[in-house]
Design a protein around this ligand. Structure first.
Ligand code: ATP
Ligand code: MG
Length: 437
């Protein structure tokens, strides 16, 4: 993209309404603009970040055998009366009436809808297991929307749902999703720790939240310091080998890690005192196993192996896609701005033209821009060098190609890496090799 023709409205000053770094930086870097409390427009650079995060989430869900679908944002109240959650959900649910006075709502989650869809279309245990997911906007009328996209009212979530015909299958689905989550977070460039969690209003027996450690996090977390050193990736584990999955799950869950209020249990006291860590975390995902809670309440059963009808066992699996954009910045920034991990950066490289209008400088910039294509943001504005440097640092592109008249005359430019601040003088071809590696 050419910056001179792009809607990337960077701000020099810190916006007064932003209390934490990621909110400040998302506004200052021109990624988002608030439209109402907790409701944001994603401007072109912000939309590229959201799309990159969603794409990684999607690829890892697909790899785990989950099927992508798309359910609507608007749901009928009737559906939620079946599970008895319509009244129980309370004021966080945005309730809407249509012109015929039919009661609708803007979905805060989709357990009811997916169960109704399965009920209509699946009759036999032979059609299970299945895992389905979608990436869709949710609405929760949060009491205190704050910290920008970290706690919005409208937010983008990946939510997935597993259906198995027995307990063993449901546990395997749960473990598969935990593995998919660890791979997803690793690719996003963040370290998220799985923590034992309460099941809350969704109900059920088993749940883990995934937390990025950050001093600005809203959740209190309690964990064994040994977690900081262990490998969380699971790169070698096969989705189809249940022994490997079990070993991976055991590896992820033997060390103590839990959220809020869990610190006075026995298990916490068993952690050697020197290894007990209390900190703050940002919840970027949560997974639940809740058995037949919804399938029973909503009358979804299948014919089992012995001919008798059984209620399938369910799990649900959420990732906060829009929250992750803020959380990744919270974990990757300095006083000058954002430091994007390459996989989610809106642009891989900024081309900084230090003398717009100088023939040789312009020509070298144009050549670089033509070679890199869509993943470059070309700063072709008629602005001072100082402002261009500051904006490139603020926007946080992993690489900057800095082109000035002295170097351009010799066919050379400067390559700066944002995360290390390292600068190298190189010919264009050599710089491109490094940037594209
Ligand atoms: P929280 O405890 O932060 O309110 P939750 O436990 O109610 O979140 P879940 O129902 O587990 O949320 O939703 C799955 C994921 O969706 C969360 O892990 C989080 O990443 C994201 N999410 C939930 N609420 C919000 C919100 N208000 N704004 C942005 N993302 C959210
Ligand atoms: Mg949660």
């Amino acid at each position: 993209m050419r910056l001179s023709r792009s809607l990337i409205p960077t701000l020099k000053e810190n916006p007064a309404e932003a209390q934490i770094a990621s909110h400040r930086l998302m506004l200052r870097a021109g990624l988002i603009r608030q439209q109402a409390a907790g409701i944001y427009a994603w401007l072109p650079a912000g939309q590229r970040v959201l799309r990159n995060i969603a794409q990684i989430v999607r690829e890892e869900q697909d790899r785990a055998g989950a099927q992508e679908m798309l359910m609507p944002t608007i749901q009928s109240a009737e559906l939620w009366r079946e599970s008895r959650r319509y009244d129980a959900y309370g004021p966080e649910m945005l309730r809407i009436a249509d012109r015929h006075d039919r009661e609708l709502l803007y979905g805060p989650t989709n357990e009811e809808m997916i169960t109704a869809i399965m009920r209509e279309n699946v009759q036999s245990y032979r059609d299970l297991p299945q895992i389905l997911y979608h990436i869709q906007w949710k609405f929760r009328d949060e009491m205190r929307p704050r910290f920008g996209v970290l706690r919005g009212r409208e937010f983008l979530m990946k939510d997935g749902y597993s259906f198995d015909f027995n307990y063993e299958g449901a546990v395997t689905s749960y473990r598969r999703m935990m593995l998919a989550y660890m791979r997803t977070f690793r690719r996003l460039g963040v370290r998220a720790i799985p923590m034992r969690a309460d099941t809350g209003p969704i109900g059920g027996d088993l749940s883990h939240e995934f937390h990025i450690l950050a001093s600005t996090g809203e959740s209190a977390v309690f964990y064994d310091a040994a977690f900081e050193a262990i490998d969380l990736r699971g790169e070698q584990v096969s989705y189809d080998d249940s022994a490997e999955l079990d070993a991976f799950f055991a590896h992820m869950t033997t060390l103590y890690a839990a959220t809020d209020e869990k610190h006075d249990t026995e298990a916490w006291k068993a952690v050697p005192e020197l290894r007990r860590r209390e900190g703050r975390g940002i919840e970027v995902g949560q997974i639940f196993y809740f058995g037949s809670k919804y399938t029973k309440a909503m009358g979804f059963s299948v014919v089992g192996p012995d001919g008798a009808r059984i209620h399938p066992e369910m799990g649900s699996y959420g990732i906060g896609v829009s929250r992750l954009a803020g959380a990744i910045i919270e974990a990757n920034h300095d006083s000058a701005g954002i430091i994007w991990p390459a996989a989610v950066a809106p642009f891989r490289v900024a081309i900084v033209n230090l003398r717009q209008g100088d023939a040789e400088t312009d020509a070298l910039c144009e050549l670089a821009y033509a070679k890199i294509g869509d993943s470059a943001l070309y700063d072709d504005r008629h602005e001072r060098a100082g402002m261009k440097f500051a904006d490139a640092d603020l926007m946080g592109h992993p690489w900057q190609l800095i082109v000035g008249p002295r170097g351009a005359a010799r066919g050379r430019l400067e390559l700066k890496e944002r995360c290390s601040n390292e600068r190298l003088e190189l010919a264009l071809e050599d710089a491109l090799t490094k940037v594209m590696a």
